[in-house]
Each structure stands twice: as C-alpha cells, then as structure tokens.
Design a protein. Structure first.
Length: 352
C-alpha cells in the first residue's frame, strides 16, 4: 500500500460530494457517538474485485482515527456475485463515512478493468495478450489501470507507469515496437523505418508495423524479404473504416456478408498465407485496433492465426458500479429498504 499516493486536498473534502461533507457536520453536532456499519457491493455476475488495497490506503491517508475502525474485506482478485459485500467498515460515521463516493469510484473502475481483463485472459491466456491501454484513457490512471489489469491476468504492458503498482518480478519491463509516426517521418517508407528501429535497438525483438499504406500483405513481405530470420513479427492495425488493398482487390472471393473492414479474419489469413508461401513461417502476427474479449473469442474459435492480441479501449470501460450503504446502527440492523446487510463469510478482518 505504500505506493499509493493521494492529493492532499482529499483531506480537505475537495473530491467529496457536498452532501457527504454536510452530513459529517450534522452527525458531529447531533449523533457523534453513533456507530454505523457501511457495506459495499455491486450487481454484476462474476466480477473480479479490485481496488481493495487502494481503498485501504485511502482510509489510512484520509481518516485520522483509522485505527479505531473495524474493517472487513475481500482480497483483490476474488470473484463475487451480485449483492455480495466486498467491504464492510464499522465505526463513527464522521471518521470514515465521508469517503463513500470515493470508495465506490475506486472499486468501480478497478473492478471493471480487472473483470474486462479477466474475460480476455480466459479466452486467450496471458502469454498472447498485450495491454495497450496507454492511449485509451487519462495517463494519470495508468498505474491503477495496470495493476487492475494485472489482477485480471495480464502480464504484458507497454508503459513503465502501468507496472508501478505491480509487485511481481516475473512481469517484464515494457518493450514497444513502432508507431505510425516513425514511418511517416521516414517519408512513408516502412522498410527504412524498420531498418532504423533495428539499428537503434538491435537487442529488441524486431516487429514491423505494416498497415501504414493499407497494404499489409505487400509491406509484410517487403520487410520479411529484407530481414528474413531477424524479423520476429509484423503488426496489423488497420482502422475499422478501411478495407486493406489486398482484400479490396479480391472482394468477389469472399461471402457477400463477409466483414472485411479493419483487422478482419480475412486480412490475418491473407497475410499469414503470403508469408508462409515465401518461407517466412517463423514471422508471428500481432493484431491490434478494436479487439475485445468477444472478437478474440470469435478469432480463436475460427482458429485465425494470430500470435498476440493488443487490447486497449476494451479494458478501460467502466461497466461495473459499486454502492456503499449504512446497514447497521449501534450493532442493530438499520438500512434503506432493499439494502439490508448481507453476510459474507469470505470477508476477513483487516489488521494494520
């Protein structure tokens, strides 16, 4: 937890909804001795819980009397079902209750990313999945998102920031290939850009980006013919509004309802076949742009020859919401209708 840093203004209520601050004032004036239990839950099936460590760090940072609180929680990475409590806090409301919204938000974002990640890993495994969400959301979120994705099963990342909160020596440092910008700077010459990359980083596995001209087959062959065994992989990143030139020229060979746009199954197969025909069977295929668990599952079911999937936007969609509710008052049940306290024997007491 020592790695979590918080803005000093958290303690001043800067990030709190106004009614939480007002409630603290009222409670301090009229009910300062009241002891409440607040429980946190969500409503989706098979949710991978994440954010518990961050919440505990927040409580320690923002609550002067945190040592007096009774805290019971699950661990990051545990799978929960609808209405199953993942966290319970008991103490004086004014000592912690004001953090309700912040705790909801931490659990919602982290658990969403962990769950999205777990669904990808369940389909394709950690060795064939690359977290590329550096451009999918605010850069300041990368340490938290990286950790959440790790909890969901990812082990490969593209930025140092994504590794900041991951305490696992088996997770390697990030290693990138090249952006389209590098090819553009070499006046659109894919081969020259790839040469420059290899000469500058000779110890990196060489991966060529081959969709710059929307002609993946020919550009893949161009770099493969030059580098031969030195070429580790090519990456396909065709935008969803485009159809690669090879497929456009051979549209009549595919079913009328064939989806040829973007990095389609037909494009991957065409590139694989072209490489194999010239003896470049060793060159792996990396795909990115628009991939999520459903599209990956479809590719895998059809045995489309992809070696590594790069996933970004699909991982950071926040689709799980958490709710914190007061469910007990001075040891007796007292809750909003329908939000009564639920027992969860998997919760364990937290000791500082």
């Amino acid at each position: 937890m020592k790695n979590y840093q918080f803005d000093a203004q958290v303690k001043k209520g800067y990030y709190l909804a106004d009614y939480f601050k007002k409630t603290v004032k009222i409670v301090e004036k009229y009910k300062s001795d009241a002891v409440v239990t607040m429980q946190f839950f969500q409503r989706k099936e098979n949710t991978v819980v994440c954010g518990i460590k961050q919440v505990l760090a927040l409580i320690k940072f923002a609550c002067p009397n945190y040592l007096t609180l009774k805290i019971e929680s699950l661990d990051d990475g545990m799978v929960v079902q609808p209405l199953e409590p993942v966290l319970k806090i008991t103490g004086h409301y004014q000592d912690f209750g004001f953090l309700e919204g912040m705790i909801d938000g931490i659990l919602a974002r982290n658990s969403s990313i962990a769950t999205n990640s777990a669904r990808v890993i369940a389909v394709v495994g950690s060795q064939r999945a690359l977290n590329m969400n550096d451009r999918a959301d605010l850069y300041l979120n990368q340490p938290f998102d990286g950790y959440a994705s790790y909890v969901g099963g990812f082990r490969q990342f593209v930025s140092e920031a994504a590794l900041e909160l991951i305490d696992d020596e088996t997770v390697k440092q990030p290693s990138g290939t090249m952006p389209h910008a590098l090819i553009q700077i070499f006046d659109g010459d894919v081969l020259e850009a790839t040469k420059a990359f290899h000469e500058t980083f000779p110890d990196n596995r060489l991966v060529a980006l081959v969709d710059y001209h929307n002609d993946c087959v020919n550009d893949a062959l161009k770099v493969a013919r030059y580098f031969k065994e030195k070429l580790f992989a090519i990456r396909l990143d065709t935008a969803a509004n485009l159809i690669d030139q090879t497929l456009s020229k051979t549209k009549d060979q595919y079913p009328e309802d064939a989806k040829l746009n973007g990095v389609s199954e037909y494009l991957v197969v065409a590139v694989r076949e072209a490489l194999n025909q010239e003896g470049f069977n060793h060159v792996k295929i990396i795909v990115s742009s628009g991939f999520n668990a459903e599209k990956i599952a479809d590719f895998e079911q059809k045995k489309i020859p992809v070696d590594l999937y790069g996933i970004g936007e699909a991982l950071v969609k926040v689709n799980i919401g958490f709710t914190g509710d007061n469910v007990a008052l001075n040891g007796q049940g007292q809750a909003k209708f329908g939000r009564e306290e639920h027992e969860n024997k998997r919760l364990k007491a937290w000791k500082w």
